[in-house]
Ligand binder design. Structure first.
Ligand SMILES: Cc1cc2nc3c(=O)[nH]c(=O)nc-3n(C[C@H](O)[C@H](O)[C@H](O)COP(=O)(O)OP(=O)(O)OC[C@H]3O[C@@H](n4cnc5c(N)ncnc54)[C@H](O)[C@@H]3O)c2cc1C
Length: 408
């Protein structure tokens, strides 16, 4: 056996876990047959994976979807493999020496401890964060769990709710809030008969749900109205302040100020890439990636970008899972080539790369309380199917499948 090489994955969510399981299942055994020894490191700021897809329901009430169900320990997903082949590190990548081919990680259990690891191959899969820690990880999962539970308490007595952002997260949160607080309109009614709360969804655009067609977006507004949600278009939230009584006042681009018991910002995601040098990122902070091979070519050989942190990503699991086979095929090709080449490193594969072709079709499923809108490859899906596939339980079954590697 040769000297052990480190294969490091930063981020243990959908993208990082997909590559990690693929590596242990399909690549490491082949390298071992060639006498090459690799050790996989999965590094994440959170000890637990977070199913953010379920958060629009969970933030409203634990009775609808308890926060505990959205989390699963990352380490548990790897128990079926030989433990000498991998290490799960609970820590945050804080810097990356591109020339020296090392990453420095701040360990979660002791804030003063940093460790620097050399890598032979590196996968960047650190994703993005939403403004609210209740809808994405902002460090360890305990922060997100506490934020969800805090919102649950506020929703229990809320009579006014403001959600900002007309994308799927904003529409889903507003739909869940309206349905929980106001119930649903009866047959032939456009509004609930006895609404308990004023729920308002504010968007800075003239249309909801940018990925979906205008008719489907208008249907979304009708469904929101049916759970007592009003939609305000072409207005953005400029800032928000927490008042002494715990309410929130939002300052709007039209000069108005509104106060509500609950305010949830559901727009404006930020890539988790502060550890990466500026010249490897685009203006928004996403990692510059070859959109076909999904390598970060400017970072030297064997550096790959998986999931939402890449400048090629359109977001969403269906897009992410379309990229995993491409990334894994190119990793396998690069590592097998290095294992068999005469100089043993940094050579380019003889065979062509596997290339990624994005699917830019209209594909999205958005539950809105008991109803929903959506499309697959431009074909509209009926409301009951959106409920059946997603709205029923927000696909909570995928939590263990993602962590255990059954999604890849
Ligand atoms: C509220 C919400 C609802 C959504 N609903 C859907 C849906 O219904 N369907 C769908 O297809 N998509 C949905 N998405 C999008 C989907 O969740 C993302 O596309 C997907 O999670 C991206 O996965 P990822 O692995 O690239 O990154 P992320 O899921 O963002 O995970 C990044 C991981 O990296 C870790 N990390 C970050 N920085 C560091 C660091 N410096 N060092 C170490 N670790 C780090 C984080 O802790 C996290 O575990 C939703 C997103 C949100 C926010």
């Amino acid at each position: 056996m040769s000297e052990t090489q480190n294969f490091i994955i930063l981020g243990g969510s959908g993208a990082g876990l997909g590559v990690a399981h693929s590596f242990l299942k399909h690549i490491e055994p082949e390298l071992r047959k060639l006498g090459k020894k690799y050790h996989l490191y999965i590094i994440d700021s959170s000890s637990h994976f977070f199913w953010n897809t379920g958060s629009p329901r969970s933030v409203v009430s634990a009775a609808l979807l308890p926060a505990e169900k959205l989390f699963a320990p990352i380490a548990d997903g790897f128990k079926s493999y030989d433990s000498s082949l991998y290490t799960v590190i609970h820590g945050t990548a804080v810097s990356w020496d591109v020339g020296g081919r090392t990453v420095t990680v701040e360990l979660a259990n002791d804030q003063n401890t940093q460790t620097t690891l050399p890598y032979y191959a590196l996968v960047l899969a650190t994703g993005t964060r939403t403004p609210s820690p209740a809808t994405s990880l902002h460090g360890d999962h305990t922060i997100t769990k506490a934020a969800i539970e805090d919102l649950n308490k506020k929703f229990a007595s809320a009579v006014s709710v403001i959600v900002s952002g007309g994308g799927p997260t904003g529409v889903e949160v507003a739909g869940e809030a309206g349905h929980f607080l106001n119930g649903s309109a009866g047959w032939f009614s456009s509004r609930p008969s006895n609404p308990k709360a004023k729920v308002t969804l504010v968007t800075n655009r003239d249309k909801l749900l940018p990925v979906l067609s205008k008719p489907r977006a208008l249907t979304a507004e009708i469904y929101l109205n049916q759970v007592g949600v009003d939609v305000v278009y072409n207005v953005s939230v400029v800032s928000s302040t927490t008042d002494a009584d715990g309410k929130t006042t939002v300052h709007l681009s039209n000069g108005e100020q509104w106060t509500a018991d609950v305010y949830i910002p559901a727009w404006g995601i930020t890539p988790n890439s502060s550890y990466a040098p500026a010249d490897l990122k685009n203006d928004q902070g996403y990692i510059k990636t070859n959109h076909a091979t999904l390598r970060a070519e400017a970072a030297g050989p064997r550096v790959y970008v998986a999931g939402d942190v890449g400048d090629y990503s359109r977001g969403g699991f269906h897009n992410l899972y379309a990229t995993i086979p491409v990334i894994v095929a190119n990793i396998k090709r690069d590592l097998l080539e290095a294992a068999t080449s005469s100089d043993g490193s940094d050579s380019q594969p003889n065979e062509p790369d596997r290339l990624f072709t994005p699917n830019n079709s209209e594909t999205q499923a958005v539950p809105i309380g008991p109803r929903g809108v959506g499309a697959v490859n431009g074909w509209g899906l009926p409301s009951f199917l959106i409920w059946l596939v997603k709205g029923r339980d927000y696909m909570i079954r995928n939590v263990s499948a993602t962590v255990n590697g059954n999604m890849v």
